[in-house]
Design a protein around this ligand. Structure first.
Ligand code: CP
Ligand code: NVA
Length: 334
C-alpha cells in the first residue's frame, strides 16, 4: 500500500530539519513500501515522463546511481550534469541556472560544496530540489540510515545510535537531527576539535528533548558507545578536505571502529548493527595512506554479520524514490 502525506507534493529537501517528524517517518515508510513493490517485480509509471537534472560537483557511486535508477524504475529519466557540462556559478549565476533548469526539468538533485548553492537552486528554480550532499548536510543519506535501522530492529523509538569519528561533517550533522526526530538516542563520539556547530546541537537538542531522547557529545569513544544498538562511522576526511588529511588521521586514530569498540557497546552478539554511509576505508586496497590498511573501520567489523552497510547502500535508492514519488508522482498511475 503506497501512502504519503499530500503536504510533500512539490517539496524540496535541503536539510532534514525541513521535514516535520511525521513527514520524515512517513517518507521512510513509503520507502519500505516502494522496496517491497520493487521486490515484487513491479516497475510502474508513478514517475512517468518526470525528468530530473542531477547536478554533481563531487563524485558519487550510491547517490548518483540511486537517483538515476529510482526514477527509471517508475518511468522517468535523468540528465547527469557535472560542473564541466554546465555554466553553474562560472559563466552563469546559480540563480539564472536555476531559473533555466526549472523551466526544463520537473526536479533537481544537487551534490556539491555549498549549502547556499542548493538553497539557491530551490529558491529560484520553482521545482523540487533535493540535497544529495553538501559540505554541511547529507539528508537523503539519513533517510536510508533510519530505514535500515527500522528494518533491523522493527522500530526506531528508543534505539541508541553512537556516531564515532568526524563529529562535524555533513553526515554527522544530518544524523544528529534525524535521530532526534525519530526518537533515537544519539551520542556523537568525537575529539573536541571536531565538535559539531553549537547552533546545530541546540536545534537538535530541542527536538530530542521534545521526543524524550538523549543527545550527547562525548570525547571518550568507549564511554560514548556503551549501550549502543547502532555503531555508525564515516570517513575521517570528507570530499574537499584532502588538505587536512594528516591532522585528521592523527586526531581520529583513537576513534577507529574495531572489535574492541564493538565489545565496549555491551551489545555484541545482541541488538547491535554497524552502519557506514560508504565509501569506507577499511582495507589495504582502498586505504589512502601507505602505513595503514583500515582507517575508520576494521575489516573485521565491516565484514561482520552485524554490518548492514550494503542494506543501507541499497536503501539509498528506495528512499530517493520515496522523495521523488512524494514530490512529483503521477497519482493517476497509483
Ligand atoms: N553515501 C554516499 O553518499 O555515497 P556516494 O558518495 O557514493 O554517493
Ligand atoms: N562525509 C563524506 C560522506 C560521503 C558520502 C564526504 O563528504 O565525503
Amino acid at each position: 500500500m503506497l501512502n504519503w502525506p499530500p503536504e510533500l507534493y512539490g517539496r524540496s529537501l535541503l536539510r532534514i530539519a525541513d521535514l516535520t517528524d511525521t513527514e520524515m517517518l512517513d517518507l521512510i515508510d513509503l520507502a519500505v513500501a516502494l522496496k517491497a513493490r520493487r521486490r515484487a517485480g513491479t516497475r510502474g509509471d508513478l514517475l512517468k515522463r518526470r525528468q530530473v537534472a542531477l547536478i554533481f560537483e563531487k563524485s558519487s557511486t550510491r547517490t548518483r546511481n540511486s537517483a538515476a535508477v529510482a526514477i527509471r524504475d517508475e518511468g522517468g529519466s535523468t540528465e547527469y550534469l557535472t560542473k564541466n557540462d554546465i555554466h553553474l556559478g562560472v559563466k552563469e549565476s546559480v540563480k539564472d541556472t536555476a531559473r533555466v533548469l526549472g523551466r526544463i526539468f520537473d526536479g533537481i538533485l544537487f551534490r556539491g560544496f555549498s549549502q547556499e548553492t542548493v538553497a539557491a537552486l530551490a529558491r529560484y528554480s520553482g521545482v523540487p530540489v533535493w540535497n544529495g550532499l553538501t559540505d554541511l548536510f547529507h539528508p537523503t543519506q539519513i533517510l536510508a540510515d533510519l530505514m535500515t535501522i527500522k528494518e533491523a530492529f522493527g522500530r526506531l523509538k528508543g534505539i541508541k545510535l553512537a556516531y564515532v569519528g568526524d563529529g562535524r561533517n555533513n553526515v554527522a550533522n544530518s544524523l544528529m537531527i534525524g535521530c532526534a526526530k525519530a526518537g533515537v538516542h544519539y551520542v556523537n563520539c568525537t575529539p573536541s576539535e571536531l565538535s559539531p556547530d553549537p547552533v546545530l546541537v541546540k536545534e537538535a537538542s530541542e527536538v530530542a528533548a521534545r521526543n524524550g531522547v538523549t543527545l550527547e557529545i562525548v570525547n571518550d569513544p568507549k564511554r560514548g558507545v556503551a549501550g549502543a544498538n547502532v555503531l555508525y562511522t564515516d570517513v575521517w576526511v570528507s570530499m574537499g578536505e584532502e588538505a587536512k588529511q594528516e591532522a585528521r588521521l592523527r586526531l581520529l586514530r583513537p576513534y577507529q571502529v574495531n572489535m574492541e569498540l564493538v565489545e565496549a557497546t555491551g551489545n555484541a552478539g545482541g541488538e547491535l548493527i554497524f552502519l557506514h554511509c560508504l565509501p569506507a576505508l577499511h582495507d589495504h586496497d582502498t586505504a589512502i595512506t601507505a602505513e595503514s590498511g583500515a582507517l575508520e573501520v576494521t575489516d573485521e567489523v565491516f565484514e561482520a554479520p552485524f554490518s548492514k552497510v550494503f542494506d543501507e547502500a541499497e536503501n539509498r535508492m528506495h528512499t530517493i524514490k520515496a522523495l521523488y514519488v512524494s514530490a512529483m508522482a503521477d497519482l493517476s498511475a497509483l
